[in-house]
Design a binder for this molecule. Sequence first.
Ligand SMILES: Nc1ncnc2c1ncn2[C@@H]1O[C@H](COP(=O)(O)OP(=O)(O)O)[C@@H](O)[C@H]1O
Ligand SMILES: [Mg+2]
Length: 361
Amino acid sequence: MLPTQLWANTRRSIFTASLPKNHENPLGLPLNNNRVPPQIPRRGPISGGLPAKRKIPNVKHVVLVSSCKGGVGKSTVATNLAVSLSLLPQRLRVGILDLDVFGPSIPTLMGLKNVEEPGLTQAGALIPITNHGIPTMSMAYLLPPASQPSSSPTPNSDSEPPTNEDTPVVWRGLMVQKAVQQLLFQTDWSAAISQNTSPGLDILVIDLPPGTGDIPLSVGQLVDVDSTIIITTPDILSLSDVRRGVAMFRKLEMPLTGLVINNAYFICPNCSERHYLFGGNPNDERNMFAKGVKAMGMGGDKIVGELPLVVDVGRGGEKGVPYALSGRGVLGETDAGKIWQEVMKTIAERIWGELRARTVK
Ligand SMILES: Nc1ncnc2c1ncn2[C@@H]1O[C@H](COP(=O)(O)OP(=O)(O)O)[C@@H](O)[C@H]1O
Ligand SMILES: [Mg+2]
C-alpha cells in the first residue's frame, strides 16, 4: 500500500471511530445529576465537631482581605490598609497576620525578609515581629531560607539569594489547618505598641490566600470577623472569582464590607488622562464588569474604593516600605500617587467607620 493510501485509511479510521457513549464525562468522575454544589460544613452541635467562633486573644477587631484570584494586589492592599488605619487620627494599634501560607509576601512588603525566627512567650505563644510600627506574623518567619536548587546553574550574582518566603510549604490539609489555628490563636498580640492602658490591637488585618479554599473557610468558621473586603481588578474574567468570594462570605455569614477595585486605571504622566487598562471604565453603566458587580449586589457603596495603578506602589512593596508611608511627601509624588493615597485613606476611614458601628450596636 502506498504511504498516502495508508495515511488516508488511518485518518478515516480515526475520525469515523464510534465515539464513547458517555462522552459527557470522559474522566469517569462520579456523576451528580442534581448538580448540587458542595456544601460548607455546618458549625455547632449538628455537625458534631467544629468549635464555635471565638475572638482572637488581645484583638478587638478582625478585618479580612481576600481575593479570589492571585496577583490582583491583595497583599499590597492589606499592608497599606494596615498602615493607613494606623495613621488615622485615632492612632489605632494595627497588626497584620499573613495567612497566605502557600505564598506569604507580608515579610517582603513590610521590610522583614529573612528576619530571625520569632520568639516565644513563656506560655509558648509566638511573639509578632514589628516594622513601621506594625506588628506582623507570617508562616514565612517560621521557615528556614530556601536552599539554592542543586540543579541550578552557577548562581547569578545579580539575583537575590533565596529567602524564607521562597521555601515551599508542602503540606496536606490537616497540617495547614493546624498551622492556621496556631497562627490565629497562639500569636501574642498583647505587647503590641500599647500607648494606652488596654494591651493588644485595635485591628488585626488578615491577608488570606486567594480563592475559597480551606483557609478562608477555617477562618470564617473559627474567628469572630468584623469586616471583609474582596480585592479585584475591573475585568470580566475576575467577575466569576468575585462572585465565588461574595457567595462564600455570605454563606459563612461574615460581614462583607465590599469590593476594592485595584489597578482600576492608570494615569499617564504625559497626558494626565485616565487609561482604563482592564475592560474599560468600571463606573460606566454599560461596562460589563459594572453590570456584573451590580447584579451580585456589590455595586454602589459596596465599592469601597478604586485604586489606580501606580508604579511606585509596586516599587515601595519591593523595597519593604508600604506606599501609604513612603508616598507621604517623602518621594516626589505623581498625581496618580496622590489619588492613590487619598483613596487608600478613604478605604481605611470606611472600614474604621464600620468597625465602630459594630461596637456601638
Ligand atoms: N495599585 C497598584 N499599582 C501598581 N502596582 C501594584 C498595585 N497593586 C499591586 N501592585 C503590584 O502587583 C503585584 C501583585 O500584588 P500582590 O499584592 O502581591 O498581589 P496578591 O497578594 O493578590 O497576589 C505586585 O508586584 C505589586 O507590587
Ligand atoms: Mg499575596
